[in-house]
Design a protein. Structure first.
Length: 299
């Protein structure tokens, strides 16, 4: 059989969405598949309303929709999903005339360049702007590999795994700093005020998830350096949520490295062995407000 000059499945990776076009004669047998037998992703997203006069079925979905999975590599953001063909049963339950099929789909985006078609024009920076930039702080929060040696290449986890976070701050020409994580909130959508939400670090540096039973969540001691902070959080998901994505937002803050940790500037984990809150640095007294909720505002 001669191959069709057009592919059976074509994908267009756009700035915020992907478009998948599927030839009705998917297998080149002359027997068209039904649009209702096709779906996209684990969420089984349906195609656009089909036009019987067209020989193709089209799907359009945002990159994070339909149960897609995101992988972060040093150079790329990779969105993965699957096109499913699930044929309906024939009139005779004893025979099968078609078998299901799965077509993997990927969209790759560079992490360090402009995704849109708009040109990026250089601009002149006056000397005053350069001086101000020397005082600017650059915060980062990364998922790390099991050895803490580099950024984790995948952001997919299973329940029972540990998420390794590393927060950092960098600055040129600034006084030495010590970094703290005041609050981290997990949500099912990018809106950090949406519901459900779970604040696993709260009260100005209390890792409240370490208080839960059967968790190994904790700040990691010692720090790699004053301007860096590591912490472990056991993987979790929201009960009753069929989605497979969690969005995590954290508030990072610094104080002068020479200032002693206190009830405003702290990193506290709950020790199940002692039944007490333990600080990463400083005396135990700075963590006493983690249970009472009376920690002073970090300002």
């Amino acid at each position: 059989r001669a191959l069709s000059p057009r592919p059976a499945v074509a994908v267009r990776c756009q700035e915020g969405q992907l478009a998948v076009t599927v030839r009705r004669d998917l297998f080149g047998t002359g027997r068209p598949v039904r649009a209702a037998e096709l779906s996209l992703g684990t969420a089984s997203c349906p195609p656009l309303p089909p036009n019987p006069a067209q020989a193709f079925v089209t799907f359009v979905a945002a990159l994070h929709e339909c149960g897609s999975a995101l992988q972060v590599t040093p150079d790329s953001l990779i969105y993965r999903t699957t096109l499913f063909y699930k044929p309906t049963r024939s009139g005779n339950p004893l025979i099968v005339r078609a078998t299901p099929a799965e077509v993997p789909i990927e969209c790759h985006y560079p992490r360090r360049s402009n995704v849109s078609s708009s040109a990026v024009h250089p601009t002149w920076a006056p000397f005053l702007s350069t001086v101000v930039a020397e005082q600017r702080l650059q915060f980062s929060l990364r998922l790390m590999d099991d050895q803490w040696s580099g950024e984790r290449l995948s952001n997919g986890f299973r329940l029972g795994d540990s998420l390794r976070f590393q927060a950092d701050v960098t600055s040129e020409g600034h006084v030495p700093l010590r970094l703290f994580v005041d609050r981290c909130v997990a949500t099912a959508t990018p809106d950090r005020s949406s519901s459900p939400r779970y604040a696993f670090i709260d009260r100005g540096g209390c890792l409240v998830d370490s208080r839960a039973e059967d968790t190994g969540s904790a700040f990691v001691s010692p720090r790699p350096r004053p301007e860096s902070l590591r912490f472990l959080v056991d993987a979790f998901k929201f009960a009753g949520d069929a989605g497979n994505l969690l969005y995590i937002s954290c508030h990072l803050r610094v104080s002068p490295a020479g200032e002693s940790p206190n009830s405003r500037n702290k990193a506290c984990s709950f020790s199940k062995a002692s039944g007490l809150w333990a600080p990463l640095e400083g005396t135990a007294a700075i963590c006493s407000c983690c249970d009472t909720g009376s920690c002073p505002s970090a300002g």
